[in-house]
Design a binder for this molecule. Structure first.
Ligand SMILES: NC(=O)c1ccc[n+]([C@@H]2O[C@H](COP(=O)([O-])OP(=O)(O)OC[C@H]3O[C@@H](n4cnc5c(N)ncnc54)[C@H](O)[C@@H]3O)[C@@H](O)[C@H]2O)c1
Length: 357
């Protein structure tokens, strides 16, 4: 009798088996429900709050699997209560074949039980969190009252970067440049009703004219020189996003020699960031120390600051926790049974056996 009841119950996962899953469609609903710029501001604050408690996190350089075509990476961390990881790829050649360069999904789990508590798409969320991290860095490092940003590389991340710098830092104009004019036209159209002045430029030189922030966000599998030394004047803040793999950089190393460089997690950035071009003792400042007021950010208006962004697991963790909070009281998720949950925790085989039809 008990076994028969078990047979009937085994067809229906219990609450323990179910975890919230955020599809791409639901992520888009959530972003529009909150509002893109509001979400970028809130994510910036969420990431900054976690950078302030940097010491509590388990930290490790991400685990990268490189191939000729790109990289697949796992990015784990934990604050002792919640564990999170992101799966993300980077394949610069994908775009020509109709695939995206970067896609991602991620998971949060309860450390006390090891049970997952959230599974979500993270392609959109990565673009949002990358832009929010850039904005967080810029609000500590960019020149005061900066109004103009150059955006070099107008692909998937570009509009998010521009909107975060508008919402968090207060830029009023974005000057777009991409080697592919269609990418620039796409970004200009997407930003047309953003409230930003949008200027499409024919060269990188033209784009950086008058810009207090220069964002480089291009995708190439090999060393590229998006900015040369003579292009970078005193006082600018460089937000270098696209150099994020061994052998994949965007800046000429002479720029690094003149800049004060800020990074997320040195053991990862020294391998993946712009600073891979420099000696191992090239000085860097960890961003969390600036956020906590333990290290100086921008000292003066002539200093060149560089955020050598590669993307670190704590930023994804912050974004995942933010999404988990925002889901409360909404229907922007489905429940999926991803954990096998036998009535008797030791009777996993019995659960399988009873499900046989
Ligand atoms: N630092 C981070 O946290 C982080 C997060 C996400 C993505 N990324 C990186 O950012 C880069 C951009 O990502 P995406 O998703 O926007 O890629 P994407 O492929 O959608 O766009 C890249 C754009 O760069 C342009 N481009 C290539 N070479 C150029 C050049 N020499 N000058 C000007 N434009 C050039 C391409 O035409 C394309 O439009 C990638 O390298 C990706 O790995 C970094």
């Amino acid at each position: 009798m008990a076994n028969n009841q078990g047979a009937a119950m085994s067809q229906f996962p219990s609450a323990k088996a179910l975890i919230p899953f955020v599809s791409v469609e639901n992520m888009m609903r959530l972003v529009h429900h909150v509002g893109v710029e509001t979400m970028l501001v809130e994510l910036t604050d969420a990431i900054e709050a976690d950078f302030r408690r940097w010491d509590v996190f388990d930290k490790t350089p991400r685990i990268a699997s490189h191939s000729r075509d790109g990289v697949i990476e796992l990015m784990p961390t934990s604050d002792g209560e919640i564990y999170g990881f992101k799966y993300v790829n980077g394949h610069p050649k994908n775009m020509a074949a109709g695939f995206q360069t970067v896609t991602a999904f991620g998971l949060l789990a309860q450390v006390s039980t090891g049970y997952p508590v959230l599974l979500t798409e993270m392609t959109l969320l990565t673009a949002l969190r990358t832009a929010a991290t850039s904005a967080m860095a810029a609000r500590h490092l960019a020149p005061k009252k900066v109004r103009v940003m150059a955006m070099i590389g107008n692909g998937a991340q570009a509009e998010f970067q521009a909107l975060a710098m508008k919402a968090v830092v207060g830029i009023e104009e974005v000057r777009l440049y991409d080697i592919d004019p269609q990418a620039t036209a796409k970004a200009a159209a997407n930003l047309a009703d953003s409230g930003l002045i949008v200027t499409a430029c024919g060269t990188a030189h033209e784009a950086i004219r008058g810009a207090g922030i220069i964002t480089t966000c291009t995708a190439d599998k090999q060393f590229a020189t998006i900015l040369t030394d003579n292009m970078v004047g005193a006082g600018v803040h460089i937000n270098a996003i696209g150099g994020d793999c061994p052998g994949k950089t965007e800046l000429h190393k002479d720029i690094l020699a003149r800049a004060d460089t800020f990074v997320e997690y040195p053991p990862q950035t020294r391998v993946e960031g712009e600073i891979q071009q420099m000696d191992p003792d090239y000085p860097v400042t960890e961003l969390w120390r600036v956020v906590r007021g333990e290290a100086e950010g921008r000292r003066d208006q002539r200093q060149i600051t560089l955020f050598d962004s590669v993307g670190f697991a704590v930023e994804d963790f912050s974004a995942l926790r933010y999404v988990r909070e925002k889901l409360k009281g909404t229907d922007f998720y489905q429940e999926i049974d991803i954990i096998a949950d036998p009535d008797d925790p030791r009777d996993l085989f019995g659960m399988l056996r009873r499900a046989k039809v």
